[in-house]
Design a protein around this ligand. Sequence first.
Ligand code: EPZ
Length: 421
Amino acid sequence: MDKFVIDGPARLEGEVAVSGAKNAALPCLAAALLTAEPMRLTNLPGVADVRTMQKVLVHVGATVEAGPDAVTVGVPKILSADAPYELVKTMRASVLVLGPLLARAGSVRVSLPGGCAIGVRPIDLHLAAFRKLGAEVSLHHGYVEAKASRLRGADVVFETVTVTGTENAMLAATLADGTTRIFNAAREPEVADLAKLLVSMGARISGAGTATVTVEGVEALHGAEHEVVPDRIEAGTYAIAAAATRGDVVVRRCRPEHLRALTTRLAAIGVRVAADGDVLRVRAEGALPAQDVATAPYPGFPTDLQAQWTALATGLDGVSTITETIFENRFHHVAELVRMGARIRLEGRRAIVEGCRLTGANVMASDLRASAALAIAGLTAEGATTIERVYHLDRGYSRMEEKLNALGASVKRVSAEAGRT
Ligand code: EPZ
């Protein structure tokens, strides 16, 4: 298992280009299951989760021609409408094949994803949506089995905002008989990006990106080409790293309008943030005052940036509270930051952080965004930080060490087996 060795402190300076959004690429790949014609995605991020989703599609019967940042997927025939435990346990977003397979094949069997480091993460709301669309859904031996000769349009109300739940319902509704209205839908830009692809495939969708999405079912969808929206969480991660290292970073190929919850808070603590088209410049120097943050569904402060902000908060002046309202257990980075000298106390879903200087240490990554938080902390800490199990990081960030080193950091990837760098 690879690890990172980071020499701190570093000051990030220069330019970084953001890749396509992992959390848009995954539902967009699943959309290929809805048609027999080839679908092509460009601006695809080179991350492990995208490669895993491609494996799931091949298992179902897809042909996949993958390039460095593009892929063409064709599913002329569904060979097996199922996603086995071996694949789903490595990536819970595999559940995104439920909606398209139910709509295209009329039946589907997918392993329940099980929990992960940040929480139980059930999919009960996804299943309730499929039942509303007329599917028979049952659970056997850790698998979801769903069938419907043809889904029927219906009103689907999500009692909790769920991103992939909204995406699964939208995917299924595109081929249903009649109109589906999704209430309390997730408003994340990745949901809107999926809808943009589906419309280019012939779906009839309106309201994506708002809390009410309307889908008029059609008989069939056709192939399309789609450029995946830039990854706002990757962009936000580098913006926070720039602030934490008191650097001057130009984040290119991003969508600043998708990052307002972050950029307003950075500006509030004295970080200079300037947006111009698809470029975001982040500059910071000297002491920055602590500021409280609470996560919320989009357009609120993203839970996927909470860990990174916590790392930043360890270097702010004063005490601040970080509240995680989306997941029940998303503070795994805290124990590791404390090993670097951070002063953080946990009270349920709140982390109370008092700013201080960090020192480098050996730390362990536990999940994707916690790993990013540890990398940011390693950049600000005095001395060397070794982050074990960076495969977590590779799930959602392409070539992070290259991008950080191009900004002046010193990050070495050490492959565990040979100690090779
Ligand atoms: C998506 O996960 C993202 N993943 C997550 O990003 C992100 O953290 C999350 O949305 C919240 O923004 C992808 O898009 C692939 P949810 P998702 O359903 O859809 C509860 C990353 O780091 N819930 O919006 O699984 C759930 O437990 C990943 O890139 C139910 O109770 O999240 C959570 O508390 C991590 N029942 C809340 O809703 C359900 O059926 C929001 O979860 C579904 C969800």
